[in-house]
Design a protein around this ligand. Sequence first.
Ligand SMILES: [Zn+2]
Length: 226
Amino acid sequence: MKRVALISDFDGTISRRDVGHHFFGTFIPDRARWLEILQQWRLGLISSRECLEGEFALVRADQEDLDTFIGNEVLDPYFKDFVDFCERRSSGILITSDGLDYYVDRLLMRFGLGYLEFKANRLVVADGALGAIEFPYYNLMECTRCGNCKRFHLEKLKREGFTTVYIGNGYSDRCPAEHADVVLAKGELLDHCRAQGIAHIPFENFRDVERELTDRFILHSGKFSL
Ligand SMILES: [Zn+2]
């Protein structure tokens, strides 16, 4: 029996809304240019990295604006229970985000989950200003779609012998979902899985995820196993 590794997207999957997208939507005055960049990204003409860099260059906000914005965002109401459920079964959860570490970290902290491991692009903040975005995981899989290629983190767990379960909802989840052993999908990712014939389990929230994992996985020695 193989151990199971759970990997989850953050924006719109763990957080109720896509925090990064709504932040840019609120603080980019040049809406026409912003929508143009998003369209290029959705068509696959530019990577998530180029998209983020383009959006970031248009943002007119400082750290205080971002902190206030984050203060109004919330997580899936069932996510904390889901983390407890995983911990009772000695299974960790790795969060992968093609958004920014700053708001992932602060939101997890606010909900008492600051200890969870996550991989994201890095927002550099200095003297109250939003300085730059760094991409520590860019192009590690020779992938031109992503900024932080979630597939890189997934493949690493596969090499360590885990069966991988990927949970996500959007464009940046296509890359890992095409390589995960089990996919739980909602939103745009669900449409993509249906269109591409990728085997998947639909879900709406983490209560559904918990139920699906309970139903489909054998609990072996207190741990998930296939
Ligand atoms: Zn990728």
